[in-house]
Structure formats: C-alpha cells, structure tokens
Design a protein around this ligand. Structure first.
Ligand code: 3Y8
Ligand code: NAP
Length: 249
C-alpha cells in the first residue's frame, strides 16, 4: 500500500499535494510548524519536527511510508540532510523536488554572498534603506549592522524585533512585481537582501529591483547532500509510477 510523505512548505510542494490528491495517491503533507496558520492542504497534514534524522527514520517505519519527496525550500538544509540519512536508514526511496536557482539577467545589479554572514559583512558601512526579505529566523543576526533602516517582510506579526530602526510588513507570498515595486518605492529602498530561493513565489522583489535599478545582495544556497533531484511534479509522478505506484486517473 502506497503512502507518500511530502516534506513541504513551498509552492512546489503544494502543487505536488494537489496532483497526488487528484490521483487518490495516499499522502501526508509535513510542515515544520514555523508559522501560525500554514496553508491548508488537500491531503492529511502533520506539523512539527521529527526529532532529528533518527526520529524521521522511526516515523517512516511506524507510518509505513513507502516514498518520501523532499519538497522543502533550498535553505531548509537540515531537513534535507535528515531526509537523506533517514530514508537510507529506513530503506525508503527519496526524491527531492527542487527548483533551479535564480540567475542574474540583463539589468540586474546583484552581489553574490555565500551565506548570512557574507551578507552581514557586505552590510558594513554607512546607513542605507534596506529591504531585508529573508524572513524571521535569521533577523537577530542582522542586529550586527543596526545602522541601516530595514524594511522587514514577515509571515506573522513579530513579538520582539532585534533591529532598532525598522518597518514591518506582515505578508505571505507568492508576491507580485507591481506590489513589490510599489512597496520598495514607498519605502525608498536602496538595497534588497534576498536568499536565492528560486521558484516563482519570491522572485517579485528581484524583478522590481531590476526595474527600479536597485542593487541586490543575493545569498547563495547552502550545500545539500547527494540525492535524486527532480524539477517538476510530472517528473515526481513518473518517479512514483516507475516504483509501482498506481497513479489512479
Ligand atoms: C511554514 C507555509 C505557496 C507557498 C508559499 C516558496 C514561496 C511564498 C516566498 C520575501 C521572501 C521567505 C519565507 C518565503 C516565501 C513561498 C511559500 C515562500 C520567503 C510559507 C509557509 C511556511 C513558511 C516558512 C517561512 C520561513 C521563512 C520563509 C518567509 C505556508 C508561508 C523569507 C524565504 O516566521 C517564520 O518563522 C518564517 C519562516 C522559514 C524564512 C525565514 O528564515 O524566516 N518561509 N513560509 C513552513 C513550515 O512550517 O514547514 O503557510 O504556505 C511558505 C512559503 N513561503 O505557494 O503558498 O515556495 O518559496 N518564505 C525566502 O525565500 O527567503 C519570503 O518576503 O520576499
Ligand atoms: P531546517 O532549518 O532545514 O530544519 C530545521 C528542523 O526543522 C528540521 O531538522 C526538522 O526538525 C524541522 N523541519 C524542517 N522542515 C520540516 C518539515 N517540512 N516537516 C517537519 N519538520 C521540519 O528548515 P527551515 O529552514 O526552518 O524550514 C522550515 C520549513 O519552512 C520547511 O517546511 C521549509 O520548506 C519551509 N520554508 C523554509 C524557507 C527558508 O528560507 N528556510 C523558505 C520557505 C519555506 P527535526 O530535526 O526535529 O525533525
């Protein structure tokens, strides 16, 4: 009996959940529990960590999971590392549903930095108006460069803010270029800080930055372990079919 575990939290994971629900493939959608009200899904949802790779291996065994698709965000490196070791330990096939990284195009003014620390180093110097569009989890790191005026975009209302000089917009993507352009103009943004998430849900700020001639600090992706990487829902469905899953319709 097939039971697919989707490690989710991204636009691509949501598309996969829709496709497997339409085909009646038994699946569970997994969230970490990072935000107050994660988007509902058309398959059963579980929320919260597993307790490391061993906990995930135990979950795979106890819930008779037959396939794992790691459709997490490219910066969810710990989850991806755990998925590789747990699926090997539990002898359950794993495929990642990934999206290509963004590449600079004509008119882009990107400065690549290897990680958050690289972004912090690049932010030394006189105060500027910075659109810090990297979420909440690493905000505290940017207190190392408090001189800037930051525009923060967060999924949930923050309780405490570690930055003395900031405006907060509470919004969840996917975002639109016209909205991001208006937002950046309204706040007089001079620099955008972005993770190289790839995909469509977060790229609006890059298209807006190009249109407005605003430079971008682009944080490169963390290294991920070797695993089967597929780049579309169709390829995942094909991978499932080739391992004996009845695709229903
Ligand atoms: C909980 C689950 C969809 C999927 C929505 C994608 C697109 C919109 C854009 C900006 C960048 C950021 C952030 C972002 C985007 C999609 C996708 C994506 C970036 C939700 C969601 C969960 C999260 C977790 C959240 C992180 C944060 C990162 C905000 C759902 C809405 C900045 C990543 O407050 C917190 O703790 C937020 C934590 C991890 C990164 C961070 O370090 O703070 N995502 N985002 C998932 C879970 O619990 O397992 O409700 O949908 C999902 C989405 N966020 O089509 O509806 O696929 O990437 N998510 C980044 O790219 O830098 C916002 O503002 O321009
Ligand atoms: P992470 O740093 O790689 O993972 C840290 C721990 O969180 C994992 O070891 C695991 O806990 C738990 N976890 C992460 N993703 C999970 C999932 N989908 N289901 C169950 N547990 C999960 O992950 P993260 O960067 O915090 O990302 C958390 C979630 O937000 C993921 O679903 C990811 O797809 C989504 N997201 C992240 C970003 C981002 O910028 N990082 C952007 C958009 C969406 P245990 O070790 O206890 O099992």
């Amino acid at each position: 009996m097939t039971h697919l575990l989707i490690l989710g939290g991204t636009t691509e994971a949501n598309a996969l959940a829709k496709a497997v629900a339409e085909r009646g493939i038994p699946a569970t959608y997994s969230y970490a529990g990072r935000v107050d009200s994660p988007r509902p899904q058309p398959v059963p949802v579980r929320v919260g960590g597993y307790g490391g790779a061993d906990g995930l291996a135990r979950y795979l065994h106890d819930h008779a999971i037959t396939h794992v698709v790691d459709a997490t965000h490219p910066f969810a490196a710990q989850m991806s590392r755990n998925a590789v070791s747990a699926s090997r330990e539990a002898d359950v096939p794993l495929a990642a549903l990934t999206r290509p990284q963004w590449e600079a195009q004509e008119g882009d003014r990107w400065q690549h930095v290897p990680d958050i620390d690289g972004a912090l180093a690049a932010l030394s110097g006189p105060a500027r108006r910075v659109f810090l569009a990297v979420g909440r989890m690493h905000l505290v790191d940017f207190a190392a460069q408090p001189q800037h005026h930051y525009l923060l975009r967060l999924v949930d209302e923050p309780d405490a803010l570690p930055l003395p000089n900031c405006d907060v917009v509470v919004a969840r993507g996917p975002f639109a270029e016209t909205d991001d352009r208006a937002l950046m103009q309204h706040h007089g943004i001079e620099l955008v800080v972005s993770k190289n998430a790839g995909g469509t849900g977060a790229r609006a700020k890059l298209d807006a930055a190009r249109a407005l001639g605003i430079p971008v600090l682009m944080i490169d992706r963390p290294a991920l372990p070797q695993r089967t990487e597929l780049s579309s829902v169709a390829q995942i469905l094909d991978w499932l079919a080739h391992s004996g899953v009845n695709l229903g319709v």
